[in-house]
Write a protein that binds this ligand. Structure first.
Ligand code: 4AD
Ligand code: MG
Length: 461
């Protein structure tokens, strides 16, 4: 189908140009016997106004179409006498590609995000979700641009895995065994040796461990892929399926890791300023007032850094009645994280050096023998955006930690081998892609930045 994208028409065309556009109707109205049809093809936020004169053949049928119907319009652009647009399209022909049934769930403006989650197959037609998914694509491009520009090699780490990177056990199992009557061993337990892979297998919670394989030969790599967590979390920031960006680089310590993370977040924000101008204007006006100014400040600010131990005393001295009492050794809860970044630091804040009892086996043990060289980047509104660490590259320390945390030395022998055969200091982190998208769009629920969100009790579409 020969057509001009509405984005190009609005940005580049001029009065007198002949164009052909295709799209879905945003609105139809009639005034003094002239019909106005706003057509949007998703290439950009704004719609093109098609002005249907009284004399237009077939006019009545066209103006009976409703929001959501698809049209193919050929015509000539003219300077618009009306407000709100520079150009109108005067049609020479209008073809109705697909009528829209009146039962369409996205007829009215102002339907709630919650309602729209139930009709996720239709919500990208709305202004908000169109903007979210265009921004998501731009942000994804910016991820590759950032790492490629710094010489990082893209790595496709596996999605099916036999290792549990975060050690939390919140994994979705993958099996071809008959769930009704799985084979059992003499001990009555399920015999996974008869399963497809010959052992218990799951969807990955993180591409990190396998990315370390490649980082310890190509020096600088990153993964960007889907990850899965079977946590029973129904918070607005947790999804069972989400995308994570995980750089992993050799000859690096925690400070290098932090610097990379800060530059990365700033690059993503700057890319949104550069390439999502129109959609950002909408988010700023309609989703979170003042979003742009906040992001501008973040792009310029130096992120804060605080040790976990210091953060605990800040929280103790905050004079607050915490729901979760604060004491050294506890994991920070949302209320604590938000206080630290929103009220104490008033900017993105790295909390570093957590007690090792709170963290997975692979993190580098600090000299105090109590904490590990790790970082969580907390940002206002979203909370934890990044988790990362320097990795334990000393074989004896790693094996001791595996033992302490009950990790099988046999199953992870390949991981230990990376410390046997030319081990070097290395570090990395994981940034939750949807959380970053929430951060730059102002959207408050992770379910509203994923095409088809997967959360406990819901995997429709
Ligand atoms: O802090 P996490 O669990 O770290 C890791 O998985 C490391 N292996 C990463 C690494 O060092 N390579 O997860 C990293 C980030 C979190 O900071 C958060 O942004 C996001 O992933 N995340 C989630 N996003 C949405 N839904 C969930 N259930 C998430 N769990 C983690
Ligand atoms: Mg974390």
């Amino acid at each position: 189908m020969v057509r001009n994208e509405i984005k190009d028409v609005l940005a580049k065309a001029k009065a007198g140009d002949a164009v052909a556009v295709a799209g879905w109707i945003k609105s139809v109205r009639e005034s003094k016997s002239v019909g106005f049809v706003h057509l949007n093809d998703g290439s950009t936020f704004d719609s093109l106004q098609v002005v249907v004169p009284e004399s237009f053949a077939g006019r009545e049928k066209i103006l009976k179409q409703i929001t959501g119907a698809a049209l193919y319009v050929k015509g000539i652009l003219v300077a618009s006498p009306g407000k709100g647009q520079a150009l109108d399209l005067e049609p020479s022909s209008i073809e109705i590609l697909g009528e829209c049934d009146a039962s369409s769930p996205v007829q009215k403006a102002g339907t709630s995000f919650e309602f729209l989650r139930g009709v996720a197959h239709m919500r990208p037609r709305t202004n908000t979700f169109g903007a979210v998914f265009r921004t998501r694509a731009e942000l994804s491009f910016a991820v590759h641009e950032f790492f490629r520009g710094r010489g990082f090699v893209m790595c496709h780490s596996p999605i099916l895995t036999t290792s549990d990177c975060e050690g939390a056990g919140a994994m979705f199992q993958v099996s071809t065994l008959d769930l009704e009557k799985p084979p059992r061993g003499a001990d009555g337990k399920i015999d996974f040796s008869q399963d497809f892979f010959g052992e218990k297998t799951s969807l990955t919670v993180s591409g990190q461990l396998e990315a370390e394989i490649l980082a310890l030969s190509l020096s600088k790599v990153y993964t960007f892929g889907p990850t899965f967590r079977a946590e029973q979390s129904t918070t607005p920031r947790h999804a069972a399926e989400f995308w994570m960006i995980e750089p992993e680089f050799a000859f690096a310590d925690l400070k290098d890791d932090r610097e990379l993370a800060e530059a990365f977040v700033k690059h993503l924000i700057e890319h949104v300023f550069k390439s999502c101008e129109r959609d950002l204007r909408f988010f700023d006006e309609r989703v979170e007032k003042g979003l742009r100014a906040k992001l501008e400040a973040v792009a310029k600010a130096e992120f804060g850094v605080i040790e976990y131990t210091k953060a605990i005393s800040v929280l103790e001295q905050a004079g607050r009645a915490w729901n979760y009492p604060v004491k050294w050794g506890m994991d920070l809860q949302t209320e604590h994280e938000r206080y630290l970044t929103e009220e104490y630091a008033k900017r993105p804040l790295f909390v570093i050096d957590y007690p090792r009892s709170l963290k997975p086996f692979y993190m580098y043990c600090n000299d105090d023998d109590k904490t590990v060289a790790c970082m969580d980047l907390l940002v206002p509104r979203v909370g934890e955006l990044i988790g990362g660490s320097q990795r334990e590259h000393r074989l004896d320390r790693l094996l001791a930690r595996m033992k302490e945390t009950g990790i099988s030395a046999e199953a992870y022998s390949w991981y230990a081998d990376l410390r046997r055969f030319g081990s070097v200091p290395h570090a990395g982190f994981g940034l939750g892609f949807e959380r970053m998208l929430m951060y730059v769009t102002g959207m408050e629920n992770i379910r509203d930045v994923s095409l088809c969100p997967r959360v406990p009790g819901f995997a429709k579409f």
